[in-house]
Design a binder for this molecule. Structure first.
Ligand SMILES: Nc1ncnc2c1ncn2[C@@H]1O[C@H](COP(=O)(O)OP(=O)(O)OP(=O)(O)O)[C@@H](O)[C@H]1O
Ligand SMILES: [Mg+2]
Length: 412
């Protein structure tokens, strides 16, 4: 470094930025410090920090200092403008002629602000560009290699913090989403239980009287047709109500030692005919080393059955569904996976499929997965979904291997 290198100011800037990065989980605070300090250390008019927005694929302004409203109001810039050449990902770019630089989108506005030169410092991690700090200078000047090195080091630190804080913010968002969903599910469950109880008895009455009347009217004619419709629709209501009661009852599983392979085979036996009628192929791969575990066989069969029916509804004729059981000794768990090559589930719908009454099927009640979710939770297990719209869906049920007596008494 030359004698004129302002070590002390570099050191102070570096110290302030590192301090704010380590003491704050608030991304905005860190970004504000990064722009003000970068501008100060290069004795610049101002600085602006943009972060890549994955949804819009543009770079949004996230922090700025020393620039007027007119310039700032110009908003996000496109990716190509900021990063035309990937080899520049880890290089500082000096823009001496703002009128003829392709990456300067608003030269007139910049000129009006008194800007004569710009320096772009990429915020990059490996081969990914998270953002960019642009520093604006009121007059042209040259930069020493040390100054540029310093700016790059600073940017590297900023990029690491941005990545860390973004990860934390995502996790917080996920947590909040799950907490609200659980709250919503439990209030819906309570409401569903109340409504189901109230409706169940009148429905039984309607079904009884309409069935009796049906026996007394001539078997042909409009009256018989009307009664048939009443009976059919009331039966449909009863199925929905029963589903609601199952969902809200939250029954404690009656755990006995059971073999997941047998449960899967039994569920397959129930739907086999339906699959056959629709020419849907079933592939079955059962784990040879399957172990017995304590679980409520009926409840888990209901879950597998629901996944098999959902898969059947999702695939077109001649589709394919594969059911696999796996023993994961390391994780102390067994899994059943149901994979189909059907219509898939969009990202937006994936967030809602476990909500009661969410259904995209004309005759679906939307309770199948909500009930399955409750059952698996009561077994201290997990239900996971991954889907590629247009290609297919994979549901995985994970259940802990339990052999202890406490689990058998429902004390887990
Ligand atoms: N394998 C799958 N492929 C595509 N979409 C699926 C699949 N499994 C579930 N879904 C989506 O999730 C929704 C909710 O499923 P869920 O089993 O809870 O209700 P349903 O099948 O619509 O009705 P039912 O209560 O009769 O089961 C479905 O309507 C469908 O949109
Ligand atoms: Mg279903």
């Amino acid at each position: 470094m030359t004698a004129s290198t302002p070590y002390e100011s570099y050191f102070h800037v570096f110290r302030d930025i590192i301090r704010s990065m380590h003491s704050s989980n608030n991304l905005q605070e860190v970004l504000d410090v990064a722009v003000t300090k970068s501008a100060a250390v290069l004795d610049a008019k101002g600085a602006l920090l943009r972060i890549f927005n994955e949804e819009t694929e543009r770079f949004d302004v996230r922090a700025a200092c020393g620039l007027g409203e007119n310039y700032l109001s110009k908003g996000p810039v496109s990716t190509e403008k900021v990063l035309s050449d990937p080899s520049e990902l880890h290089r500082v770019k000096i823009i001496s002629d703002i009128w003829h630089a392709p990456r300067v989108e608003y030269p007139q506005e910049a000129w009006d602000e008194g800007i004569r030169m710009m320096v772009d410092v990429p915020l990059a991690i490996k081969d990914q560009m998270l953002g960019l700090i642009r520093i604006y200078l009121g007059q042209r000047r040259s930069f020493s290699g040390h100054e540029l090195d310093f700016m790059l080091t600073l940017a590297e630190q900023c990029a690491c913090v941005i990545e860390r804080v973004q990860l934390m913010e995502n996790q917080k968002e996920n947590f909040n989403y799950l907490a609200t969903r659980m709250d919503k599910m439990s209030s819906l469950g309570r409401m569903a239980a109340g409504i189901a109880h109230e409706i169940n008895n009148p429905l039984a009455g309607i079904l009884l009287y309409s069935s009796n009347m049906r026996k007394k009217v001539p078997s042909e004619g409009r009256l018989a047709e009307g009664l048939d419709i009443i009976i059919k629709e009331t039966q449909r209501c009863k199925v929905i109500i029963q589903g609601l009661l199952d969902f809200s009852r939250d029954t404690e599983p009656k755990r006995v030692p059971a073999n997941l392979n047998h449960i899967v085979e039994s569920a397959l036996g129930i739907v086999e005919n339906e699959y056959h009628l629709q020419h849907v192929d079933i592939g079955l791969r059962l784990a040879k080393d399957m172990v017995n575990t304590l679980l409520d066989g009926n409840q888990i069969e209901q879950v597998v059955l629901n996944l098999l029916l959902n898969a059947l509804h999702a695939v077109a004729e001649y589709g394919k569904v594969t059911v696999t059981t796996i023993v994961d000794h390391d994780a102390g768990a067994i899994r059943v996976e149901v994979v189909d090559n059907g219509c898939g589930i969009s990202q937006e719908h994936q967030k809602r499929i476990f909500e009661p009454f969410f259904s995209t099927r004309p005759n679906g009640t939307g309770l199948g997965l909500a009930i399955s979710y409750g059952i698996v939770q009561n077994h201290q297990g997990d239900i996971r979904v991954s889907s590629d719209p247009g290609k297919g869906t994979r549901f995985v049920i994970v259940l802990p291997i339990r052999t202890d007596a406490a689990a058998g008494k429902g004390l887990l």
